[in-house]
Design a protein around this ligand. Structure first.
Ligand code: SAH
Ligand code: SF4
Ligand code: F3S
Length: 470
C-alpha cells in the first residue's frame, strides 16, 4: 500500500486563520462574553480522541465548554455507526434539540463522526432535521474550523463527506478531557473488512503516524503528568507497515516504554490474526506496559469466524492466549463477542460459551449482531429471531458473570497497585483500577485521585473488588 501523504504545517496555518476569524465573529455576537460549546461523544475511544481535537480547535476559536446544551452557542454530536442502537440514540437526542433551536435561532447545531460518512444517514439528517446546520464526516475533521466559519458567515446548511483515504493530518490542536488518563492515536482507519463491520467504510484505509511524532507526544504526556496512556488504533498490530521505514507495533511499544516516568501504558485494539509473540514478549518484559491484553475473538466457532472474515481460527486464537498466559504473569484477558451473526446456530454459539470458559476472561464486551447497510453480512441469511438471540445473549452474560466473580474472589488477600480515578458522588468512595483493568473500590481522601496506590484486596463483589490502601 502507498504511504499516506502527511499534511501538517500548511494545514494548521490556514485553519488557524479560520479559528481566529471564528473568535472575532463570536466576540461581536456575544458582546465580549465567552462563547460556549456543548460536545457530546458517542462510540469508541477513536471518537473520544477526535472530539479532543475538535475541542482543541474550539479552544483556539475562543470557546469554553458546558455540560448541557441549553446555554451553548455551538452544539456538536460526534456520532458512532457501529450498531443500530448507537445510531438510534443519536437520532433521538438530535430530535430533542429542535425546541432549543426554535428558542435560540442563533445557535449552530452540528453533527460529525462515523455515522455522517454514510450517505443514507446524511440524507435522512438533511431531510428530517432542518435545524442541523453543519454535517461532516471523519475525513473532514482537519478542516472543521473552515466549515464552521462558512456556516457562521453564510448561514447556509453545509454537508460534507470526504474520502481522501491516503492522507494523514498532523498539527491539529488537542484539548484532552482527562488530566492523568489520556488517549494517544497511533493510526487511523482499518483494512480488515470484517463482514459485519462498518468501520472500514466510515474511517477509511489504515494510516500510521510517524514513530517520531508519537514518541514526542508520549513524552509530552508523561512529562505533564499523565499516568495512564492508551495507544489507539483499530488494529494496532498492523501499525507501521506503510511507513517509509516500517516499524512493528511491538518495537513502538517498547520504545515508548523506555521513556522514564511513573505511568501505565495500554493499547487497543489488537487483532488476533496478527498478535505476534514479539508483542506478547514485549508486554511481559515491559516496565510500564499494563499486563492486560484485549483480544477480541468475536466467535468461538470456526465456521462463523470464516463467515466474519476474521482470518484466524479457534486453534490459533487459543495458541496466542496460552502463550500470553505462560509469558505474562497474572495477565488479564478481555475480549469482544458478537452473538447472533447471520446463520449462527445454537451449536456455534455453544462454541463461544466453551471458549469463554476455557480462557476465563476478566471481562467481556458483548454485542448482539446488528446489520449495517453496505456490509456483506447485512445481505446474509439471518433466520434466528431477535428473541432467540436475546436468550443466547443472557446465557452468555450469566456464564461470564460466574467466571468474572471467580477470578475476582481469587484475588482476595492479594496486593495490587492501582490508579485512583474518581470519587463516587453517591458514596464518597474512591474508584480505582488495576493494571489489568479491574475496578477496585476504596475508602480514602479525594486528593488521592490521579495517584498510584498499593492496596490490599479485602472483598470481591461479583466483578468489583474492594480494597484498603496499605
Ligand atoms: N477494531 C476493533 C473493534 C472495533 S468495533 C477490533 O477489530 O477488535 C468494536 C466491537 O464492536 C467489535 O469488536 C465487535 O465486537 C462489535 N461490532 C462491530 N460491528 C458490529 C455489528 N455490526 N454488530 C454487533 N457488534 C459489532
Ligand atoms: Fe471492524 Fe474488523 Fe476493522 Fe475491527 S478489524 S474495525 S471489527 S473491520
Ligand atoms: Fe468507533 Fe463507532 Fe466509529 S465504534 S470507529 S465511533 S463507528
Amino acid at each position: 500500500m502507498a504511504q499516506p501523504v502527511i499534511v501538517a504545517d500548511q494545514l494548521s496555518e490556514k485553519q488557524s486563520e479560520y479559528m481566529q476569524l471564528i473568535a472575532e465573529i463570536m466576540e461581536i455576537r456575544k458582546r465580549g462574553e465567552k462563547p460556549l460549546a456543548y460536545i457530546r461523544t458517542y462510540g469508541c475511544q477513536q471518537n473520544v480522541a477526535d472530539s479532543e481535537k475538535i475541542k482543541g480547535m474550539l479552544v483556539k476559536s475562543g470557546f469554553d465548554f458546558v455540560d448541557a446544551p441549553d446555554d451553548a452557542d455551538f452544539i456538536l454530536f460526534n456520532t458512532c455507526a457501529v450498531r443500530e442502537h448507537a445510531e438510534d440514540r443519536v437520532f433521538g437526542n438530535v430530535g430533542a434539540l429542535k425546541n432549543l433551536k426554535r428558542k435560540h435561532p442563533q445557535i449552530l447545531i452540528a453533527l460529525c463522526g462515523c455515522m455522517m460518512e454514510q450517505e443514507h444517514i446524511a440524507k435522512r439528517i438533511y431531510n428530517s432535521f432542518p435545524f442541523v446546520g453543519l454535517v461532516f464526516g471523519t475525513h473532514s475533521l482537519h478542516h472543521f474550523p473552515e466549515l464552521m466559519y462558512n456556516s457562521l458567515v453564510n448561514g447556509k446548511r453545509i454537508f460534507e463527506r470526504g474520502n481522501d483515504d491516503n492522507k494523514l493530518y498532523e498539527g491539529i490542536p488537542v484539548r484532552r478531557d482527562g488530566v492523568f488518563k489520556g488517549w494517544l492515536p497511533i493510526m487511523y482507519g482499518c483494512n480488515n473488512f470484517c463482514t459485519y463491520c462498518i468501520v472500514p467504510y466510515v474511517r477509511g484505509r489504515e494510516r500510521s503516524r510517524e514513530k517520531g511524532v508519537i514518541l514526542s507526544e508520549a513524552r509530552e504526556m508523561i512529562h505533564s503528568g499523565y499516568k495512564d496512556i492508551t495507544l489507539l488504533g483499530q488494529n494496532v498490530n498492523s501499525y507501521g507497515k506503510t511507513l517509509s521505514e516500517p516499524v512493528s507495533f511491538a518495537s513502538l511499544l517498547s520504545e515508548i516504554d523506555s521513556i522514564e516516568g511513573d505511568y501505565w501504558l495500554r493499547f487497543m485494539t489488537s487483532h488476533p490474526k496478527d498478535c505476534s509473540r514479539e508483542l506478547i514478549d514485549t508486554i511481559a518484559l515491559g516496565t510500564h506496559i499494563s499486563k492486560h491484553l484485549h483480544l477480541p475473538f468475536q466467535s468461538g466457532s470456526d465456521r462463523i469466524l470464516k463467515l466474519m472474515n476474521r482470518h484466524y481460527d479457534r486453534k490459533k486464537y487459543m495458541e496466542t492466549i496460552e502463550y500470553a498466559k505462560k509469558q505474562i504473569d497474572g495477565v488479564s484477558l478481555t475480549s469482544d463477542i458478537i452473538v447472533g451473526f447471520p446463520g449462527e446456530t445454537y451449536e456455534d454459539f455453544k462454541e463461544t460459551l466453551s471458549l469463554i470458559r476455557e480462557v476465563a476472561f476478566t471481562s467481556l464486551f458483548t454485542f448482539i449482531y446488528s446489520p449495517r447497510v453496505g456490509t456483506p453480512a447485512a445481505s446474509m441469511d439471518d433466520p434466528i429471531s431477535a428473541e432467540e438471540k436475546g436468550e443466547w445473549f443472557r446465557e452468555l452474560l450469566a456464564v461470564q458473570e460466574e467466571i468474572a466473580a471467580k477470578r475476582c474472589s481469587s484475588m482476595v488477600g492479594s496486593t495490587e497497585r492501582v490508579l485512583v480515578e474518581e470519587v463516587k458522588e453517591k458514596t464518597g468512595e474512591l474508584n480505582a483500577r488495576t493494571s489489568g483493568n479491574i475496578i477496585v473500590e476504596l475508602t480514602g481522601d479525594k486528593s488521592l485521585t490521579g495517584t498510584f496506590q498499593n492496596v490490599k484486596i479485602t472483598q470481591a463483589r461479583n466483578w468489583i473488588l474492594k480494597g484498603e490502601i496499605i
